[in-house]
Design a binder for this molecule. Sequence first.
Ligand code: ADP
Length: 531
Amino acid sequence: MEHSTAKSAEPHLLRARRLLYFGGTLYLLWWAIVEAVLPGSFNPLLSRLAVVASFFAFFAASFFSDWIARNLLFCFYACAWLATLHYFYLFHFNGNDVNWVVGSYITIMALCACLESLEALTWFGCFVTVCSLILTYFNPSLGNTVFLPGMITILAFAYVGSHRRLKLMTAINRQALMLEDLFNSVFEGVVVSHQGTIVNANRSFLALLGYEKSEVLQRSIVDFVIPEEREHVQEQLNKEQERSYETVCLRKDGSTLPVEVLGRHHFWENKKLRITAIRDLTDAKKSERNRIMLEASTEALKLSDEFIMIASHELKTPLTTIQLQTDIARHRIASQDGSLLSFDAVADLLTHLERQTKQMIRAVEDMLYSSYLTLGTYRIVPELFQLSDLMKSSVDSFQADFEQAKIPVTLELDSDVPIRADPRRIEQVLLNLFSNAVKYGAGGPVRVSLRKNGDRVVICVQDRGIGIAPEDQQRIFGRFERAVSARKISGMGLGLFICKRLVEAHHGTIEVSSHLGEGTQFTVTLPLSMS
Ligand code: ADP
């Protein structure tokens, strides 16, 4: 609880300073009045100076000494006692002048009004009574006046009057302390500002940012935000934003702190104050990051499971066909059926096996290449070549597949199109597009074109097949994304993903335009030179 004593000492300190300051000034004024009203009375300058100096000396010392600052109220009481003593000293040497009797009443009343507790008043009352008795003892003629009963009456009135005042003050003080303690105990950091300048900050705010209270008071609220966020926070202050927003605070040690800020306005003594609560988001951000990482790894696991399933299916289909073909051949050999072992039959079998093997090789290559692309372990090796030649040879290498699917292919190629690119990768893109035209072309004609357009080339592969629904047209370029069921047409959803990555690696673009049931056109645009 040491905290609250230290914090709550602040208003006390201010009040004690004010008492000392006014006490010293009043005593100074008192002299001036005595000098003017009672010229020639006993009033030695040095003793006056000593009393006034005592007030101002404690006032000044409270700025330098912690001990004096902590006990400043007692210092004031000491000064009050000293002033009283001094007054009686003057009284004594002024020969019981009636003016000094009146003056003593005024002095004692004024000092009683300044005392802050009943205890202090009781002690002061005793002190004044003793001083008055001593004075009467040394000035017996005073015994014949109303001085002593008057003084005791004044003390009694002061006690009765102050009793209520001090009780009220104690209650108010306690309430203020309680509110201050509550303000400090709020879990969130709270600052009170006036026109952007901090006028109060609670303990949580100071602890969050690592400052002392004196280091934040009277500073702009935006000083405690990282430079990149200052404009944004200033904007919120200007807008008098009352909705929560996130920002990043700057701690005293230079580290940063993500926070959520909620501000409200409050009118107090005609001043528009802004009360801002600041909540530390470090833990929330950490758990959010963990959640995202967990989601990402769950997604990655799901994706890899899906991939294993699709890849196994994709490899199993040709393997099963191969196994079936070899079983049939073995059976025929065993039955020694000569007609079934003719050259034609063997050639047929080999063509079959070759097709299945090719399909498997393509699937494995796709898997391998999609991993290269994802991990970034692939290289584009550009060289200058004739794109029309490459396209012709790619169509030729795919001719068997087109023929087998009974698909007529039309070529419309600009003849002289030298390009600087990686020919193996461009061929890979073309073969993927041809393969899709065969798979999804529904046996319709396929048109392959190449056009030079300024410093770019435009390649189109168009079929009259099943088409792609509009909502799937962007998605299909993603990894493992497909727009048909695997049961209808097999595939791994890797071909277009590979095409897009390879085309983009050449600083080109790939687009699709398609209508369901009417056909699809893929358009690849490449720069003539990659650099
Ligand atoms: P895969 O063909 O192995 O499924 P791709 O990445 O090559 O993988 O194609 C992704 C999806 O895009 C395909 O599953 C298919 O639904 C659709 N698609 C690709 N090309 C065509 C096309 N020419 N016609 C219709 N749909 C196509």
